[in-house]
Design a protein around this ligand. Sequence first.
Ligand SMILES: NC(=O)c1ccc[n+]([C@@H]2O[C@H](COP(=O)([O-])OP(=O)(O)OC[C@H]3O[C@@H](n4cnc5c(N)ncnc54)[C@H](OP(=O)(O)O)[C@@H]3O)[C@@H](O)[C@H]2O)c1
Length: 361
Amino acid sequence: MERKLQVGIIGATGMIGQKFITLLKDHPWFEVKLVAASKKSAGVTYEEAVKGRWKMKEDIPASVRKLIVKDGESVEEICMEVDFVFCAISLNKEETKLLEEAYAKHETPVISNNSANRYVEDVPMLIPEINYNHIDIINEQRKRLRTKRGFIAVKPNCSIQSYVPAITPLLNQGVESILACTYQAISGAGKKLSDYPQLIDNVIPYISGEEEKSEKEPLKIWGSIKNNKIVNASNPIITTQCVRVPVEDGHLAAVYFNLKNKISKEDILRAWEEYKIPDVVASLPSTPRKFLRYLKEEDRPQTRLDRDYENGMGITIGRLRDDSLFDYKFISVSHNTVRGAAGGGILSAELLYKTGYINKK
Ligand SMILES: NC(=O)c1ccc[n+]([C@@H]2O[C@H](COP(=O)([O-])OP(=O)(O)OC[C@H]3O[C@@H](n4cnc5c(N)ncnc54)[C@H](OP(=O)(O)O)[C@@H]3O)[C@@H](O)[C@H]2O)c1
């Protein structure tokens, strides 16, 4: 049997690292070969390292339990063992940027969940169903890093994944402005409800850095490659409010928008229904069969009922209505740790493998 690509998870003991490990169990192309975390978790088996802090519903996969956790900063040693890495770490931006570049410079592709490299002009920030063609910028990045194999690709912030997919099919009608209020799950903070007593019977109207990311990142996703860099789209104008709510998983967005060429509600529903995923993405193992679905019931989507749509990789939209200030409004839901983090990272890696940017060493 042909060997699968050997994968390292950097930040394997955290919320998103655990999600990667769970989602990669039985993956047809990738196999978790190595787990790494901070120095304080290194040197013991993975099951010992996550004892008392395993947050997934599923058990730790047997193939990972006994792996010895490495220090994520032992870059050279790790790069000798794996074909590429997923990185999801809680380290400051400057150190994260340097660490990710160190992996890339050791000829090991990095698929990152961290924000440190998101705004670098030659680093693709991918939602494959929307901007898969941004992967072409990797050739320019390799020139800058002087690598043959190594590069960094990132995934956008989880907050934007509920509304950017829903707005994308409408961009050709000239979306001029968007107001998005997001109601975000606790797992987005790497926690469970039981670890977060401040959220019981409460909502918290502040998530550090989230509104800035939510307003900036869609413009890169909707940007294009010009003069060997990704140039952000210049519109629409986006304003957001991001609120933490007592929900375990799933981000819900209340979205308002104006169109230059106002179209009917039926046309918007048709644009969502007919949104076509590029062929190269449609055939990947983690691609949802139907990326966008619209529910007609007046009390949907709901976070708990709809976050797992398409194994957590699809987006559910509902309540499309006229608005008194904007042209229209709607509600949408996505799974923050799957679509918005580990699942989105795995889908990007599948795309990069299929298109030859990631291969076996
Ligand atoms: N949670 C979400 O929904 C979500 C969504 C999108 C993106 N993200 C991003 O993903 C990243 C991780 O988030 P999280 O929620 O999983 O955080 P987390 O639960 O706090 O986990 C952080 C992980 O980073 C490891 N780590 C810390 N310093 C390290 C170092 N120097 N070298 C290697 N590993 C190191 C930790 O290891 P120890 O256990 O040894 O401390 C742990 O495994 C963050 O950048 C976050 O913004 C999170």
